[in-house]
Design a binder for this molecule. Structure first.
Ligand code: SF4
Length: 510
């Protein structure tokens, strides 16, 4: 039974104990390391801020980012090690953009050996810039794969967290984010932080969705303290997945004429967001932004000055939804937040969804008849590939025929471990910049990929599956890990001969 612990004693508990054994509201500060050595000016500034925050009784954990925005920064471990030696609870961010699965496993052993207990598992932003040109992305696995790998690793026992990006505009973005949230929890996430956003109704919706689906994890509300510059940056879409609407930007711009360029306005705005988070039922706040120690103190001071129910007024005030934004629940006119009734428009659209394209229907029919185990086509395919497995020339000829079909139909890149059936016949190798095989990353904006202008394949897959009433099952299968050893080999042969990830799916279904 979770218990409320007196404020002064909270610092004695680990972050895991706080969330799992108490009902206390926690405060976490996000720290962004600098570019360069920790002994240089900026490095020393972040270190000093971190040390001051670690002595502050109201901050229960410090969370250190991993090359945010895709830029190279000082490793989170360097700052984290200093804090751990002072008894501070640290959350280390680990993303998949710069590390393959072996490097991530190695990091896990290193971190666990050094005493780190809390890891935030992320897919990560697409790399931006780098020495003598843009760095190549890795994305060997994704956040879901990382969570599962870390939960099953021997020797480590991290308290794993994940992020959900609920501040999306379209149903085809929001719903896959919720499905992925459930998948992350199934794979080992024990706490959740939501992405930056300034829409209380959507945050309320997130908690209602978590309760509706029995997901039963503590969720921390992201409170990123704006400035005029940050508002402009987010509004321009410069940080994937972070939205500042026209209305919020106008409010921020209006602060430029104030003597402090809106500093006190934005600190009060953040304090209101903290109050809303507590009022809505989040388990804590996750404070980020370019802040000085005094700014954190000021936010807490303003927050403490609010009355018990003031958050209800603030929630109406801080509700910057996007035009035509999708909500899973009907609004509650009495509060300006969500009601517990599922959106009637959403239910109607589920009952009579638009039809999928003819090309999708044809691919689906072919797949059902040939590639599903147990079907006659599968038995024929299996015996064919078994019979030619020791005949290199025939194998090569069939592989070329396969490629001829799949390059034209799907822009196939010959990875040999095909995920077409997992993503409604859309190829993640050629059409997803981050090769996401277990659901969408959080970087979309208006349904478009954070890299380039393509539609997100997971949004497209959602539409295709919804036409068959299957969208809610889109992430139900086993976690997909692409097997690098299969690159350049026939994906058809690998499916028929049980060499690819579909074999695991079949085994789990038996
Ligand atoms: S085999 Fe790999 S590269 Fe080819 S279509 Fe399938 S997922 Fe894409």
């Amino acid at each position: 039974m979770p218990v409320e612990v007196v404020a002064g004693r909270l610092k004695e508990l680990t972050f895991r104990q706080l969330l799992e054994k108490t009902s206390s509201f926690v405060t976490v500060a996000e720290l962004v390391t600098s570019r360069g050595l920790i002994t240089e000016r900026n490095g020393r500034r972040v270190l000093q801020l971190a040390r001051s925050l670690s002595e502050h009784p109201r901050f229960h954990a410090l969370s250190i980012t991993d090359n945010p925005g895709g830029h190279a920064m000082l490793s989170a471990d360097t700052l984290g090690t200093d804090l751990i030696s002072r008894g501070q609870q640290v959350i280390i961010h680990l993303s998949c953009k710069d590390w393959n699965r072996n490097a991530l496993e190695s990091r896990a052993w290193k971190l666990a050996s050094e005493g780190f207990q809390n890891v935030l598992a992320l897919s990560g932003d697409y790399p931006a810039g780098g020495y003598a040109g843009q760095a190549a992305p890795v994305f060997d696995i994704d956040s879901v794969g990382l969570l599962k790998m870390f939960s099953e690793m021997g020797g480590t026992s991290f308290f794993l967290g994940a992020v959900v990006n609920n501040h999306k505009r379209h149903e085809r973005e929001v719903m896959p984010q919720y499905f992925k949230l459930a998948k992350k929890i199934e794979c080992g996430a024990r706490f959740i932080i939501n992405q930056i956003g300034y829409n209380s109704r959507k945050d309320d919706e997130l908690l209602r969705y978590v309760t509706l689906k029995g997901l039963n994890v503590p969720v921390l509300a992201n409170v990123y303290v704006l400035s005029v510059e940050a508002a402009r940056f987010f509004h321009a879409g410069r940080i994937p997945g972070c939205v500042v609407t026209d209305e919020l930007l106008a409010l921020a711009e209006a602060q430029t004429s104030s003597p402090d360029r809106g500093k006190s306005f934005f600190l009060e705005f953040a304090a209101k967001q903290c109050a809303i988070a507590k009022g809505l039922g989040f388990r804590g706040v996750y404070l980020g932004g370019r802040l000085r120690f005094e700014d954190y103190e000021r936010i807490l001071e303003i927050w403490d000055s609010f009355g018990r129910d003031d958050w209800k007024i603030f929630a109406r005030e801080i509700s910057f939804g996007q035009p035509g934004e999708f909500y899973h629940f009907e609004p509650d006119s009495a509060t300006g937040l969500s009601s517990s009734e599922i959106s009637r428009d959403y239910l109607r659209s589920k009952a009579s969804p638009p039809r999928a394209s003819l090309a999708y229907e044809i691919n689906r029919a072919i797949h059902e008849k040939i590639f599903e185990e147990g079907k006659l086509g599968f038995r024929v395919g299996k015996s064919l590939y078994e019979s030619i497995d020791w005949r290199p020339r025939l194998k090569e000829a069939l592989h070329k025929a396969e490629q001829a079909c799949k390059i034209v139909g799907f822009d196939c890149r010959d990875c040999g471990d095909c995920s077409l059936p997992d993503i409604a016949f859309l190829c993640p190798e050629s059409q997803c910049a981050k090769n996401q095989r277990n659901g969408p990353c959080g970087g979309t904006r208006d349904g478009l990929c954070e890299v380039g202008e393509k539609e997100c394949i997971w949004a497209r897959a959602y539409d295709r599956l919804k036409a068959h009433g299957e969208e809610e099952k889109m992430l139900e299968g086993p976690v997909v890990y692409r097997n690098g050893a299969l690159r350049g080999t026939s994906a058809w042969a690998n499916t028929f001969l049980g060499r690819d990830h579909h074999q695991r799916k079949t085994q789990e279904e038996k």
